[in-house]
Design a protein around this ligand. Structure first.
Ligand code: GUN
Length: 166
């Protein structure tokens, strides 16, 4: 298997504001007008987009949320532990990977508007996944958590928010 550095180069990955590295691999040429979308989408969007996303064990993907459901697909490496907080404040976690015996799942959809963060629990390792959204990704639909604000909304999840925000 390639090293993390080799993969970053081969797939032309760039740093993501949430942490980790990504590269957009698909953006549909079809677009949908803002007026046909729910109110949280303020303008037209491509109908779908895909990215490669790589996360290593020496960093984390900080709590953020998007307006779309986001489908994660596991490709290679060690499993990713995904932490989620629903708009109602319910915490859940899922392990994205391909070791079925360890209750990992290779495919998982994070529901729209859920705050989520991710990390790799195995030392000195990384994971490569794909993330697909429809309508297509736009940074206007993306919000990175402010630690203090999110802790005020969900005081019951103070510790995990503290640990997985910047
Ligand atoms: N494109 C740029 N950033 C992202 C992201 O966080 N998720 C998805 N699905 N696409 C992106």
């Amino acid at each position: 298997m390639l090293t993390k550095e080799q993969l970053i180069k081969k797939l032309e990955l760039e740093k993501h504001p949430e942490g980790g590295f990504f590269k957009e691999t698909y953006r549909s040429k079809i677009s949908i007008s803002g007026s046909s979308l729910p109110l949280e989408f303020d303008s037209d969007r491509n109908v779908s987009t895909c990215i490669y996303f790589m996360l290593a064990s020496d960093e984390f993907s900080a709590f953020h949320k998007v307006n779309q459901d986001e489908a994660w697909h596991f490709y290679l490496g060690d499993s990713i532990l995904l932490h989620m907080i629903s708009p109602e404040g319910e915490y859940s976690q899922v392990s994205i990977g391909n070791d079925f015996g360890q209750n990992e799942t290779p495919q998982f959809v994070v529901p729209a508007q859920h705050w989520f963060a991710a990390e790799i629990k195995t030392e000195d390792s990384f994971a490569l996944v794909g993330c697909t959204v429809a309508p297509g990704f736009d940074f206007d639909d993306f919000e990175l958590a402010e630690p203090k604000e999110l802790q005020q909304i969900f005081p019951q999840h103070k510790e995990i928010i503290q640990r997985l925000t910047r």
